[in-house]
Design a protein. Sequence first.
Length: 95
Amino acid sequence: MVLFTVASAGIGIKVLRKYKVNYIFIFELDPNYKVTYMQLIRLTLIMFSVWSFCLVGHIAVVKLKYIFNDPAAGFTLAVLVIFLGLCCAPFHCFY
């Protein structure tokens, strides 16, 4: 759901900028910092890559249960922690 929301915001910003709508006022963004749609699409792709890596790892653990003795919930927990860390990051490395 987070991926869909960020991607939708990116597409919305592209459409609103094309039709010259004041999206900065609508989304209550900082007027000194212009968010571009490419920044949001990049963030979506990074988060999608993390999610897909954890999904493939989860499937591998489930299918190869006879090799791995650990439960497969580790990948689910990892993706949740990474997403929450990216959304609540106190440092400025993602938008």
